[in-house]
Design a protein around this ligand. Sequence first.
Ligand code: HEM
Length: 526
Amino acid sequence: MSDTVILPAVVRTVPSLQTTLALALVASLCYLLPFFFRKTIVDKDGNATPPGPLLRYPFLRTFPELRMDGWSKQFGPLFSLWMGNQLYVVVSDIHIARDIFVNNGATFSSRKNYFIKNQSILRNRAITACQYNDKWRNHRRIATQFLTPKAVAGFANEIDYEAHIMLRSFYNSAAKGVGPVCPQHDTVRYALNVMLIMALGIRTEATTHPFIDRTLELTLEFNDLTGPLSNMEDFITPLQYLPTPLKKRGRKLHDSLIELYSVFLRDVEAKMKAGEHVPDCLAKTLLLTREQEKLDWEDMCMLLAVFILGGVHSTAGLIQWFLALIPAHPEVARRAHEELDSVIGQDSWPTAEDESRLPYIRAIIKEVCRVHAPFWMATPHYSTEDFVYKGYFIPKNTGIILNCYTLHHDERRYPDAHTFNPDRYLDDHLSSADSAKLGNVLERDHWTFGAGRRICPGMAVAERELWLAISRILWSFTVHEIPGEPISLEEFDGQSGRVPKPFRARLIPRHDRVHALLQSRDEITL
Ligand code: HEM
């Protein structure tokens, strides 16, 4: 008998090494590709999510609005975008914006629970990080008591005074028009003081006050950690379990915010207990109503913090944009000066009440807001139900982006949109807050303050600050570039909230009354 072993048939069918590797590769690709490529979701009636780019972009952080603008032209005014595991729908048309954000606000007014911004830093507080729930309603109502036009009018003297002090500081630091002015610090201090007065009943009485630097440090850190589309950690869940540097910074920022605002809150509390006078401000209201409103200590600190985080760089940035733009537009400055000289004259300067008499200056401010909206994609909203819009499926838990950049450069609404041209607003007599309520969305001035139920509650105070600052700068000075120091009109990339790159300018007093008027008030302590 032969010793030959006959192998069973099954052994002969074992795949070769190459085949095994190929199969493993296909299996891995099947598993991995969905992490890199878009997925179209279809509802039970066959409606699919809007079209959009093929790849997923969890890293889209620098100037995402320019990418969005390109995609809106490629895929249409309602397109979708995947950031890692998160689907976004991007709205780039004003009619769709009204339908989604305003008419269907019940579905599109929540916020994504971002890991860094909402869970780590703000801990679902500070209004902006609250989901669409009773807590958000409650916190927004409490803050709004200080932000309605009527409430803001109650702070008229204080805001007027802070505008005066900012102008005086420009004048003094410019050595009466001879030297250069670097407007960053004074504009930020102006907006900061207005927020501090409303939130805490205090102001920084010196330009070198350490609180200015500390607040700015924390605000810039917040801006850096919380882009409008946010971070990889928000879109790639496993990263949340790793000790990433961003995670550490987020936690540290949370602790720093609580620590800083606790000091102020305790101070107000101590004064109230001691029976000392505390001016009406948010902190006082919070302490008086904390039980009735069911507020914990972190709720109160974060409500105070959001006045500074939301209301300082946004407003200051727009004033800086105005100062950066105006030297390049002498014709605009000339017409503004003509209007001021004929309506106000040189014996006094513009007040809040003069706004309706100075339509060209109001138009300049609206145009600055349009051309340099600090939040080009507002703050994305989040859907809480499945929704079908004109045959497109928008699933529950989709991020909704208001693409302000594209809306503000729509040639049908803003002819010659890339040109700075205040004339386009000459017939617009409304405040931005009133304009946002217009039934005809084509007449809304701009979308810089967002839309729908989440629209910026700080509009009235921001508009008053912008008005007093810009009308008075125009009344007091002509603004010039310094020879050899061209002012860059490039956006400076704070992740959330764009300001110009730091620059210097010359502010030359326009007439003899400027000196006397600016020196007529001194710094005070509150
Ligand atoms: C020119 C200055 C300002 C600009 C351009 C601005 C812009 C915005 C934008 C775009 C949003 C998001 C809106 C949306 O989700 O649709 C927002 C929200 C918010 N803003 Fe402002 N803002 C400014 C000033 C202020 C001021 C002075 C405050 C003062 C407290 C403030 C407080 C807030 C708050 C609390 C939210 C969150 C609202 C919510 O989620 O319900 N903002 N702002």
